[in-house]
Design a protein around this ligand. Structure first.
Ligand code: CA
Ligand code: CA
Ligand code: CA
Length: 153
């Protein structure tokens, strides 16, 4: 019996690791998108937040996010984060390279018709995919009540 419990504990610990990472992703999503601070992200809040984000990234206000606008805005936020970090310069450089590679990949995914710019429709589509991924109990809002699955990242 003791052995069985130890085995079960080991299995639970192993299973908890990815769930923790995924719940971290959900909690970050809530923290960033919950505009009125009630712990629940409604579709209206999310839509308003995404529209603001689009407007902020669209530096020349032409209604499209160019490659430079998208990657540049991300780089600005990344550099601020790196400047505040206590990591070694080597670690920061590694993180910078990794993050910028991911930003390039994200731009390519967001620009689904490969026109070289992200339209509001493309931006909205990717946003809703993110929302639906986090709303695992399908009640139309993202909150701590949404069970976390391993692939919500
Ligand atoms: Ca809210
Ligand atoms: Ca633009
Ligand atoms: Ca939900």
């Amino acid at each position: 019996m003791k052995i069985k419990i130890a085995f079960l504990a080991a299995v639970l610990t192993a299973a908890a690791a990815p769930a923790f990472a995924a719940s971290h992703a959900r909690d970050t999503f809530i923290k960033e998108q919950d505009l009125n601070g009630d712990g629940v992200v409604t579709k209206e809040e999310f839509k308003a937040g995404r529209e603001k984000q689009f407007a902020r990234i669209d530096a020349n206000h032409d209604g499209v996010l160019s490659h430079d606008e998208y990657v540049g805005e991300f780089k600005g936020r990344l550099e601020a984060r790196l400047a505040a970090s206590t990591d070694t310069p080597e670690k920061k450089e590694e993180e910078r390279m990794r993050q910028m590679r991911q930003a390039e990949v994200r731009f390519g995914v967001l620009d689904s018709d490969k026109s070289g710019g992200i339209t509001p429709a493309e931006f909205e589509y990717s946003g809703w995919r993110m929302f639906v991924t986090h709303d695992t109990n399908k009640d139309g809002v993202v909150s701590a009540a949404d069970p976390v699955t391993e692939d919500t990242n």
